[in-house]
Design a protein around this ligand. Structure first.
Ligand code: ADP
Ligand code: MG
Length: 371
């Protein structure tokens, strides 16, 4: 066999590195939208309006009425690791906001055309800026890169155009516009259930009809009725479970050996045995972040296996708040699968509570039949 000549090692160009890194964070229009929704929520918005063209591949625009961004911050907005939410490493354990590492906008600017219109309450007018590869770019060819004054409401509008125009393999991995659009609607639906006091709107550009629209003040069961179905909503049960833990600790001690039980609380809305779907719908939020956990899903499924006939599945929305110190948020942003301390013990308590309530329900049904 021919001997393999060693190939020279060379440094990748900055632009190539950034594009690869960006592709790992932003997989598809729906993952970009998730980041943008989280930013809007972090900014205290009460209204979030999304406009989409071609499944978000041509255009993905999100308009919020949150805090806005200070004009002085616009030059570094889309640089990597620029954030208003984190300064020291230990801040990581106290985070209550969604974003924390300042990578979303930077990533988007490397794989799409990104532009922003933003206005704070204090500003007399809004400011518009465009970004490319992490830096300010001219809004129109021939112009300077400086942000331009313009008309606009308080809040921020972020526009992403031509997603993955410079990463053809990513682009070709995407599905049809309609499938990407349904993923966008799915992400928004989940955030809208979790944030029933916030008005969400989603539509296709140029279309008069709204594909998703929630009022600004509702509650979780109402949101589920509106966004999923009446047949789910009318069979919903609700449990709040919490544990006070032992939150007393000495802050001088080494964090690594802190093993005091932490307090946590769970809010779960779940269907009773009358509701039987083919596939489980499972919404999981941990500290208000939409995440996935196949282990948590399985432990809830196993509760239902004793209640539902084979092949039937429930609807479950679980919102878990745990001590930020017990979740490792510093995992790679692509890892939506989360892990946290005491996960098994916490899940056992939640599963128990669901089981007891379901059992109580089925007894009362039997009772009804007997009367
Ligand atoms: P991160 O959310 O991790 O800080 P991002 O790249 O998502 O990083 O955002 C960078 C910064 O831009 C945020 O820290 C925030 O200050 C600002 N920002 C982004 N989107 C918005 C928005 N919709 N409203 C107000 N500020 C925003
Ligand atoms: Mg963010």
């Amino acid at each position: 066999s021919p001997e393999l000549e060693p190939q020279p090692i060379h440094r990748l160009q900055e632009a190539v590195i950034n594009r690869i890194a960006a592709g790992e964070i932003i997989h598809r229009p729906a993952s970009a939208l998730k980041e943008l929704i989280e930013n809007s929520l972090d900014a205290g918005s009460t209204s979030i309006r999304v406009t989409v063209k071609e499944g978000g591949m041509k255009l993905l625009q999100i308009q919020d009425n949150g805090s806005g961004i200070r004009k002085a911050d616009l030059p570094i907005l889309a640089e990597r690791f620029t954030t208003s939410k984190l300064s020291t490493f230990s801040d990581l354990t106290r985070l209550t906001t969604y974003g924390f590492r300042g990578e979303a906008l930077a990533s988007i600017s490397h794989v799409a055309h990104l532009s922003i219109i933003t206005k704070t309450k204090k500003d007399a007018c809004a400011w518009k800026a465009a970004y490319s590869d992490g830096s300010l770019a001219p809004i129109k060819a021939g112009q300077t890169v400086d942000p331009k004054p313009c008309a606009g409401n308080d809040g921020t509008t972020i526009t992403i155009e031509d997603l993955f125009y410079n990463t053809p393999t990513r682009l070709s991995a995407l599905r049809s516009s309609s499938e990407e659009y349904s993923r966008i609607l799915d992400v928004m639906t989940r955030y809208a259930v979790h944030n029933p006091k916030i008005a969400f709107v989603c539509k296709k550009a140029g279309s008069p009809s709204l594909d998703l629209s929630t009022p600004s003040s509702s509650d979780v069961p109402q949101a589920i009725r509106l966004l999923y179905s009446h047949s789910i909503a009318k069979e919903l049960l609700h449990e709040s479970i919490s544990s006070t833990g032992n939150s007393q600790r000495d802050d001088d001690e080494n964090d690594d050996i802190d093993d005091t039980p932490k307090s946590w609380s769970a809010d779960v809305h779940f269907t009773n045995a009358n509701y039987q779907a083919k596939k489980m719908v499972f919404l999981l939020f941990i500290n208000h972040r939409l995440v996935e956990s196949s282990r948590i899903k399985r432990s809830i499924e196993s509760v239902y296996s004793g209640v539902l006939p084979k092949g039937a599945s429930p609807f479950v929305y679980l919102s878990l708040e745990i001590d930020p110190r017990s979740v490792d948020v510093n995992v790679h942003p692509t890892k939506r699968e989360v892990h946290f301390l005491d996960e098994e013990a916490i899940m056992e308590k939640i599963a128990d509570a669901i089981q007891k309530t379901l059992a109580g329900q089925s007894q009362s049904r039997i009772f009804e039949y007997q009367v």
